[in-house]
Design a protein around this ligand. Structure first.
Ligand code: HEM
Length: 490
């Protein structure tokens, strides 16, 4: 373990810096008497201790992070004007936080759950956050369903545990989840470690070049360590024996100098293709088959430095899908649009209004020059500068150029419109394709994993509806799953 030795010398002090005489015995009225209010050290210690925790993340509470470097390996200037991507060989510092989704802060790492893959690029034009997962798709396609979905993954209000009834009730009533669920219960559903899995931006994002031309992109991070997974049985044992398995593996690999890396690629769709592409390119439950848009390698991501203090740098780190830089922006994906609000709001609640001032969160390659200031734990960074714009006293000014290009092509009035359906879109086609791509052994494990969980559901109607979704994806898939569930339920 390469933990730092104590560097501070001299006497122990109170928070105000006064020397402490006795840190073992609190002050009493006489020998054996009651404790005195004038023992300010005791009161300070107890009060500070009571406030050591901040609210855990409402999802992705359990995680581990590391710093590293992103290096550009291909010329992408025809597609984006982002400065950190402007030259082959250019390097940008990054911080990456991996996580599981449903478990609380102290939960085990080796569980079947998507893994978060959140990257902060400290660019010279501000921090760019790509807050993705290890899966290319997601369970739902509209942010309005996210709180309900997460309620079914977390603890039931009555039992206080995750309940198979709730999980399968929601998934079976949300057939768009069939693709992601098929992925999650397949071999990649329990990665062996954070190093042995891929990452994805998952959503479609907008890139725009110097001339203002627009491209839609999807990000891929291919692990250079190779994919390694745990079977359900292996994970059950490991989760009990070493709940911190992923966190430990990442830290120890970096301590050994075995720096994990990922080859970074993008799928690029010219803006004009979007309206007529066979799948709605802004539907998060769908991938773009590589045959349609190949993955072009653009860079290398390496992690090479552990955080010094987990609370300061991992627990208090904040990532927001709304943190864009010039040349990169959102798409009309309804999930992404909801996320643009949700994260900043979570950070203000969880870490506070000045969360972006903390060392892990603030820009490292530029400075934030904003007129927003003050509030809890403000560090006085703006000195006596004017706090409004326009002003006649100098200071930072607006640029007049938007980070991303306008979207167009929308028709009709406002309304609660579902995501538009393209020629080959339905909720099952890509789940079926994924199933048919699997080897026989992979199919067997997928069906056993699904059946094991579905068999725990108490109601027949939910079980039938759940199996029906997989039947719609592929008749053989549905038939085999039905027999496996029946065999388990007797
Ligand atoms: C509309 C849908 C979604 C909403 C409302 C939502 C909301 C949230 C919230 C509130 C947090 C906690 C943030 C914090 O306290 O710092 C979070 C964390 C996270 N979410 Fe989402 N989420 C959504 C969908 C997604 C999707 C689709 C992905 C991946 C493709 C994703 C990846 C992550 C990751 C990686 C984290 C952890 C970030 C970190 O390490 O700090 N989320 N999400």
């Amino acid at each position: 373990m390469t933990q730092e030795a104590h560097v501070s010398q001299g006497p122990l002090t109170t928070e105000a810096g006064a020397p402490v005489a006795d840190n073992q015995n609190s002050e009493t009225a006489g020998v054996g008497g009651p404790v005195l209010v004038q023992d300010q050290l005791l009161l300070e210690k107890l009060a500070h201790f009571n406030r050591e925790r901040i609210p855990e993340r409402v999802v992705h509470a359990r995680g581990a992070g590391a710093y590293g470097t992103f290096t550009v390996t291909a010329d992408v200037t025809p597609y984006t004007r982002a400065a950190f991507l402007s030259e082959v060989g250019k390097q940008t510092e990054v911080f990456l936080r991996f996580s599981t989704v449903a478990g609380n802060l102290g939960a085990a790492d080796a569980v079947r759950d998507p893994r978060g893959f959140a990257v902060k690029f400290y660019t010279e034009e501000g921090n760019y956050d790509l807050v993705g997962n290890n899966t290319p798709v997601f369970f739902i396609r509209d942010a309005i369903k996210f709180p309900d979905f997460i309620h079914t993954q977390k603890r039931d209000p009555y039992t206080g545990s995750q309940e198979a009834d709730n999980v399968w009730d929601f998934w079976s009533l949300s057939p768009e989840s069939t693709h992601q669920v098929t992925w999650l219960f397949g071999d990649r559903g329990i990665p062996a470690s954070y190093r042995h899995m891929d990452g994805f931006g998952s959503h479609t994002f907008q890139w725009s070049n110097e001339a203002g031309e627009v491209f839609w992109v999807k990000y891929h991070f291919k692990t250079d360590q190779g994919i390694k997974n745990l079977t359900a049985e292996e994970a059950e044992v490991l989760a009990g024996k070493d709940p911190d398995s992923h966190q430990r593996d990442l830290r120890e690999a970096i301590e050994r100098g075995e720096f994990p890396s990922w080859t970074v690629g993008v799928q690029i769709m010219p803006a004009a293709d979007a309206a007529t592409y066979r799948f709605n390119p802004f539907d998060l439950t769908k991938v773009w088959p590589h045959a349609d848009y190949p993955v072009i390698t653009i860079g290398k991501l390496e992690l090479n430095r552990n955080p010094r203090n987990i609370f300061a740098e991992v627990e208090q780190s904040i990532f927001s899908p709304a943190h864009f830089v010039p040349g990169i922006g959102p798409s009309p994906d309804k999930m992404l649009q909801g996320r643009l609000f949700a994260y900043g709001d979570a950070h203000r609640y969880r870490v506070g209004i000045n969360a972006d001032h903390l060392p892990v969160n603030r820009p490292h390659a530029t400075e934030a020059r904003t007129h927003s200031r003050d509030g809890y734990l403000y560090d006085g960074r703006h000195g006596g500068e004017k706090n409004y714009e326009p002003n006649s006293f100098g200071g930072p000014q607006q640029t007049g150029r938007a980070l991303w290009q306008p979207f167009d092509g929308f028709t009709g009035g406002t309304g609660n419109h579902p995501t538009p359906v393209h020629a080959e879109d339905d909720d099952f086609v890509q789940a079926g394709n994924l199933y048919r791509l699997m080897t026989e052994a992979e199919k067997e494990r997928l069906i056993a994993n699904l059946a094991g969980f579905i068999a725990k559901v108490s109601r027949e109607d939910i079980i039938e509806r759940a199996i029906g979704n997989f039947r719609n994806a592929d008749a053989d898939f549905g038939k085999r799953l039905e027999s496996a569930v029946q065999a388990l339920r007797g």
